[in-house]
Design a protein around this ligand. Structure first.
Ligand code: BGC
Length: 416
């Protein structure tokens, strides 16, 4: 064979393999960039690679996904949408309403998704009766993650009421640690606020955060919620502003801080650091919220694509994401719980088992509510209005809770 022929042959082979690879690729936009999140993402990447689906990574750092959603808008505006996008609640519905999403009905019907995905998730995963996204998990925001040694030093009893919570935080302060590990970013402040509002009652959470009732948003209970949030803000350290959530988790992991109020993605950080529930850390529902859950579900929304190969890769990805074995393996690492009701809890640790039981209980009792902080209570415009007021309150910009509640009612009214 002449040199020229060899060269031609290998160029052709290269071109072929490149085109084959790209046809079966999925480009995935996501915000899973912390240690625990990346470990969970690897479970997904490896699963897909094992099935011959290539992974083109588009990570956009920033908890809660605000930055990722800004990057997505830019890509779609440039007519260059990624094939699959990690997305939350109302954002999925908004993109569907714009006609940007593909259709997963075929794989959903073949695999019987209707029967196994909870209705609360289907409300976001379907648009006009059509499946438009594949839910990979259910997270919830009303959790507290406590360093076990710090809790023992503070009396050893996990708090179950607001008064007990304040007593434990005070004891941790007296013991010379930062009571509350927290990052001052709007979405993190709002995550704490989800739990504080829920602790004043499920009906109140629903009236204010989901129904956006003006009386509930601006009334006495909301004033109390803000007074509690302002009280909590007194337990953070001086450097909290702008800190990423996983660094706040690290403070609890290494004992610098006593506890973090955060969704169960925080558990992924504890596990990644080799910590075990019960021995090294304790997971509780935010005091006063046991029995109720504020949830968010990460879903992969599939954008419209123009080739059969790409559509097939999307369907394969959706099928992989919905596989019961995968849902177990992934969520064990991620800290979340499965997005289908038929996955056994055997592989989950105690916090995961509790998460699954709490979710089922809240769901059957009618105490399951979408998280405002994570896009499952109201569309982005309202969510952002809530973020602004909550963050201002956390940073001491209102005279008291009543002033913050009044500001919240008018901000939400303007954003609706
Ligand atoms: C997502 C989680 C993620 C967290 C922090 C939430 O909105 O649902 O999957 O781990 O943000 O990045």
């Amino acid at each position: 064979m002449t040199m020229m022929k060899v060269l031609k042959g290998s160029v052709a082979a290269l071109a072929l393999s490149a085109s084959v690879a790209s046809a079966a690729d999925v480009e995935v936009l996501h915000w899973w960039t912390s240690g625990g999140e990346a470990a969970a993402l690897n479970v997904l990447k490896e699963d897909l690679q094992g099935k011959g689906i290539g992974w083109v990574d588009m990570p956009v750092a920033g908890g809660g996904g605000e930055a990722a959603m800004t990057a997505l808008r830019a890509r779609v505006t440039a007519s260059d949408a990624p094939t699959a996008v990690q997305m939350l609640g109302f954002d999925i519905q908004d993109w569907a309403a714009e006609g940007a999403l593909g259709n997963l009905n075929e794989v959903a019907a073949a695999e019987g998704w209707d029967a196994v995905v909870p209705a609360a998730l289907q409300a976001f995963a379907k648009y006009d009766g059509n499946w438009i996204s594949a839910p990979v998990n259910v997270h919830s925001t009303n959790w507290v993650w406590i360093n076990k040694a710090a809790l023992d030093a503070a009396g050893g009893k996990a708090p179950t009421s607001w008064e007990e919570l304040v007593a434990v935080l005070d004891a941790m302060k007296a013991n010379g640690i930062t009571p509350l590990g927290h990052g001052g970013q709007a979405w993190q402040d709002a995550t704490v606020f989800d739990a504080v509002v829920l602790s004043l009652g499920g009906d109140f959470y629903k009236a204010s955060m989901i129904d956006l009732d003006a009386g509930a948003l601006g009334g006495a209970q909301m004033a109390e919620a803000f007074n509690r949030l302002i009280k909590l803000s007194s337990y953070v350290d001086a450097n909290f502003s702008g800190r990423d959530w996983n660094l706040a988790s690290a403070m609890v992991i290494n004992g610098e801080a006593g506890m973090q109020m955060m969704g169960d993605w925080a558990k992924g950080e504890f596990l990644k650091a080799g910590k075990a529930p019960g021995a090294d850390f304790v997971c509780i529902r935010f005091p006063g919220t046991q029995g109720s859950v504020t949830f968010n579900s990460d879903q992969f929304a599939m954008f419209g694509v123009n080739s059969d190969d790409k559509r097939a890769a999307q369907a394969q990805m959706a099928s992989s994401v919905m596989n019961p074995g995968f849902q177990s393996a992934f969520n064990v690492v991620k800290g979340s719980v499965p997005a289908r009701t038929d996955v056994p809890n055997d592989a989950f640790d105690d916090c995961g088992k509790k998460g699954m039981a709490d979710l089922a209980e809240a769901n059957s009792a009618g105490n399951l509510y979408g998280s405002m902080a994570h896009g499952h209570a109201a569309p982005a415009a309202v969510k952002n209005a809530v973020y602004d007021v909550v963050t201002a309150a956390f940073n001491g910009q209102y005279a008291d809770g009543a002033a913050a509640a009044a500001a919240l009612a008018s901000a939400v009214a303007a954003a609706k």
